[in-house]
Design a binder for this molecule. Structure first.
Ligand SMILES: C[S@@+](CC[C@H](N)C(=O)[O-])C[C@H]1O[C@@H](n2cnc3c(N)ncnc32)[C@H](O)[C@@H]1O
Length: 269
């Protein structure tokens, strides 16, 4: 952990960002996070592989967006910086690429700020996906939303319960994005899942950010009327694998659907 722990951290409750960091082999977690992570891992031995698959999907999706000419990214629920961060992938391909990171977790934000110090083309906001207008307003300091943007929501929309109207939050983000913009989503599902995965999901109720598992149809709905890129909304290892031998023979084990869509609304005027 950094020497200065942000004062607003509640050390009596595990945090989703720090549990995720632990699964990815990071060092930015506390005993309380590790205990929950071990408990989840004992119930679902495949889960760390799921987390890595999520990260791999994000990297592949960012590359596809870069190839489509996207040079600015809004990464909401960006997490604690780890291997292959979005700005590293993006700026390796385009040194002028801009990235706004957003996370609700103060530890994730503190580490991101530390890592990004001196990188003028990136910034990090401490904000909640449930306040999309505020995120968009603050992101405009670095991003030009009149031009295509890549909105990245990797492993975060499942932290928004139905009561907080995730479809409306997504609609607000989509409506602010120029034609040519892309939306990347990965989201945990209950479809085709074994009982132990569903039980492990219930453990997330102990964090401040309980997970809501959704169907493929519900997750597809988050893309609204944007055009889904091939192969559509699929289990994570099946989305444009680096090599045909990569996909797992049981891709549903990864417990999440993912997809990428493009705003094909005609340019007005
Ligand atoms: C599973 S991690 C995903 C990290 C990264 N996007 C990736 O795919 O590797 C989910 C992140 O979403 C953050 N998060 C959860 N609820 C959020 C919310 N309402 N607004 C913003 N971030 C949130 C958590 O703090 C955590 O860092």
């Amino acid at each position: 952990m950094p020497e200065a722990i942000p004062t607003e951290i509640d050390l009596t409750r595990p945090s989703a960002a720090r549990v995720y960091d632990y699964f990815l082999g990071g060092a930015h977690n506390f005993e309380i996070d590790r205990r929950l992570a071990e408990q989840i891992a004992a119930m679902t031995p495949h889960l760390p592989a799921t987390m890595r698959a999520g990260r791999e999907f994000l990297r592949r999706a960012v590359r596809v967006l870069l190839d489509a000419g996207i040079d600015q990214f809004l990464d909401i629920g960006s997490g604690i910086p780890t291997v292959g961060n979005v700005h590293e992938v993006a700026q390796a391909a385009d040194p002028e690429a801009r990235v706004v990171y957003v996370d609700i977790d103060p530890v994730a934000v503190a580490h991101s700020r530390e890592l990004l110090a001196g990188n003028e083309l990136t910034t990090v906001l401490h904000a909640d996906l449930r306040e999309p207008e505020r995120i968009l307003t603050e992101a405009r300091a670095l991003l030009d939303l009149g031009r295509p943007v890549g909105i990245l929501l990797a492993g975060v929309v499942h932290f928004i319960p139905d009561a907080d109207h995730p479809a409306e939050l997504l609609a607000t983000l989509r409506s602010a994005a120029a034609p040519g913009s892309h939306l990347v989503i990965s989201h945990s599902t209950f479809e085709d899942q074994p009982q132990e995965m569903l039980d492990a999901q219930r453990l997330s109720a102990r964090t401040d950010t309980e997970i809501t598992l959704r169907s493929r149809a519900e997750i597809t709905g988050f893309f609204g009327d944007w055009t889904l890129l091939e192969p559509g909304v699929v289990h994570m290892p099946l989305w444009r694998p680096d090599s045909p031998s990569d996909p797992d023979d049981r891709p549903e084990r990864f417990g999440a659907f993912c997809g990428v869509a493009r705003n094909d609304r005609p340019v007005l005027g």
